[in-house]
Design a protein around this ligand. Structure first.
Ligand code: COA
Length: 325
């Protein structure tokens, strides 16, 4: 094919949510809050919290198995596993190697990626670059998070916002026509000067190992819509596309008001925006693949659809990606 290009094409996707669902009413029995406050401020109605055995690697492997099953490929065909998480099983080895062992993906190299809630977009970007360089044929990009383990339940402004879960995509190298499927472009950003508005206050290697999520919600909110709107405009401009060309926006699911704000700035009608924050809360690096998996499984996102992804998180880190299914 004269005008064919090599692209990272999504060939499989899957998600995993812990069995235990915690509603806002249940949260309000544990914390001084109410269903009304949480819904009005965030759109969140419930979240899933992991049981002891539902670690990042357990959930990530479950999501990855579903992605491989959809692609119809054996685990041995995977060349690399990139696992985005802020809540790894251990400081090392990487959670990704536990997933590799659980899957039997014996030919894959495997590493974790730390970019907080932007981790999936960062992972997608790294995988896309590895595939374009011809380094690997099939890459699993996984987001897996157990934020329930780092929530401070005495801080009602943060603990109601997050949930647990995992999502995974399999990207495969394919020669396709220019208007065919695959990752069109990714756009990554970071600003470490804003590290202190969203962070975890402990880590291996630090004397104080409390390890709770800390957030200045107002500051995060203030930056989110502006930075995300700029990132999605950047993705559209890079591909000579406009918002009218986008079939679906699949945003990081942090907060309904942030999602709506970006949609409004783009001029996208709400019925072209995938929202799962009501049911999942903010599952950090897992939220985009979980939302994408859901919208593909229920038939909203079909082959050929142009999908715009965006995320912002601790760092601050943020970014966007355009993907044709
Ligand atoms: N239930 C009830 N009341 C709560 C509450 C809760 N869970 N959390 C905070 N409040 C109270 C505060 O104590 C405060 O009361 P006061 O006025 O008596 O002091 C009041 O609600 C307003 O608090 P404030 O923090 O100013 O609320 P807000 O309107 O900024 O909303 C967030 C808080 C967290 C919902 C909002 O800032 C936000 O969505 N930020 C972005 C967070 C985010 O998405 N982070 C992840 C990005 S990846």
């Amino acid at each position: 094919m004269a005008d064919s290009v090599q692209r990272a094409v999504l060939t499989g996707i899957g998600g995993y949510l812990p069995e235990t669902v915690v509603t806002n009413d249940e949260m309000s029995r544990r914390v001084d809050t109410s269903d009304q406050w949480i819904v009005e401020r965030t759109g969140i109605r419930q979240r899933h919290f992991a049981a002891a055995h539902e670690s990042a690697s357990f959930m990530g492997a479950s999501a990855a198995r579903a992605a491989l099953a959809m692609a119809g490929l054996p685990a041995e065909s995977v060349g690399a596993i990139i696992l985005a998480t802020s809540t790894p099983d251990q400081a090392f080895p990487a959670t990704a190697v536990h997933v590799q062992a659980a899957l039997g993906a014996v030919n894959a190299f495997a590493f974790d990626l730390a970019a907080a809630c932007s981790g999936f977009i960062y992972g997608l970007s790294v995988a896309d670059a590895m595939i374009r360089a011809g380094q690997v044929q099939h890459v699993l990009v996984i987001g897996a998070e157990v934020y329930s383990r780092i929530l401070d339940f005495s801080d009602r402004g943060t603990c109601v916002l997050f949930g647990d879960g995992a999502g995974a995509v399999l990207l495969s190298s394919r020669h396709v026509s220019v208007d065919g499927p695959g990752v069109l472009s990714t756009h990554l950003h970071a600003d470490g000067r804003l590290a202190d508005i969203l962070y975890v206050d402990g880590a291996v290697g630090r004397p104080e190992a409390s390890g709770f999520l800390r957030m200045n919600g107002r500051e995060v909110f203030r930056h989110a819509v502006t930075l995300l709107a700029a990132a999605v405009s950047e993705a559209l401009a890079a591909n000579n596309l406009t918002a009218q060309d986008v079939d679906w926006l699949v945003p990081h699911q942090a907060n309904r008001r942030i999602i709506d704000g970006v949609g409004r700035k783009l001029g996208l009608p709400p019925d072209r925006v995938v929202v799962t924050v009501d049911a999942h809360a903010n599952t950090s690096a897992a939220s985009i693949p979980l939302a994408l998996a859901q919208a593909m499984a229920d038939g909203r996102i079909k082959p050929g659809a142009l999908v715009l992804l965006e995320a912002l998180g601790g760092g601050l880190t943020w970014g966007s990606a355009l993907l044709r299914i």
